[in-house]
Design a protein around this ligand. Sequence first.
Ligand code: NAI
Length: 323
Amino acid sequence: MKKVLFTDYDMLDVSLERKIFADAGIELVEGQCRTEDEVIRLSEGCSALLVQYAPVGDKVFAARPGIGLASRIGAGYDTIDARAAARHGVWVANSPDYGVGEVSLHALSMMLSVIRNIARYDRDIHAGTWHYTSPGKIPRAQNLTVGILGLGRIGKRFAHYAQPIFKRVIAHDPYLIEGDFPQYVQRVSLEDLFRQADAISIHCLLNEETRGLVSEQLLSLMKPGSYLVNTARGAIVDVDGLARVLKTDRLAGVGLDVLPEEPVQPDHPLLSDPRVLLSPHSAFYSVESEIELRRKAAMNIVNWLKNGQPDYPVVIGTRQPPN
Ligand code: NAI
């Protein structure tokens, strides 16, 4: 019987995955691996990995030549070392298009919430203060320029939602051709994005180029009273630099769905700043999107085991499924 390792998961119930693999006649081994060594230990005899957050890279691929595919439950696949996979001929697949609406709406909700001070009003009322200026001044959204870093699937949908709300939409994405920018989105350089936008939403991938890209220096280019939202990946923002910039008046509000270390440590300085709105990496989530996400990630493996081709490959491998 073909065997697959579910490396780790934070879902409360994995009956969906159990049923998909059982129906396909595949044995599912379940783990809660935190290290590559744990993945190696549990993946004996396995042909593929279904991965949530466990690290998977060179060590695993070298130790387990029988593993031909790592399928990530998610659009981002930065927990899987794609370069190492390519070197070893291992396929990498993801679930890219299950939650475009959810993430872009979550980003817009966070942006509007920090601009309109929604969470701060709520906190103030619970603390006994009832006044429309309690958290500070609010600018008119129709006068603001919104900026997007990374105009892929989610960035484009965010632009579509944001366009009727804000005065202008600008974006930076070095990998798109001119025709990929919607007409109402003005293309700008990275520095101009941070200089001109009143509110920025981050939607690029996390890779070696974008790790720490949103640095203290870039954030310092923003106008006083600006807003920043990150629903992409925590490590794209230098959070220590962000904490230093928050000591100035440059940022009036920050919305973060993702952090370099998740869950956030309870004594993290960002937790005590009332301008920072947090959510627990939940931008992807709706009942429907979660089912679609998990089904697509699992079906990558079922179909690769059946015909050597996952539905959503991001690295084309050379390793073949067992007969
Ligand atoms: P996508 O691949 O469609 O778009 C990413 C865009 O980033 C591409 O257009 C690419 O050209 C651009 N990009 C690459 N390097 C860049 C750079 N140096 N500067 C600016 N842009 C750059 O990806 P998609 O589906 O739109 O996802 C975007 C992000 O959202 C990913 O980081 C993903 O991990 C994250 N995400 C977060 C979720 C959450 O629950 N918080 C759920 C789903 C995705």
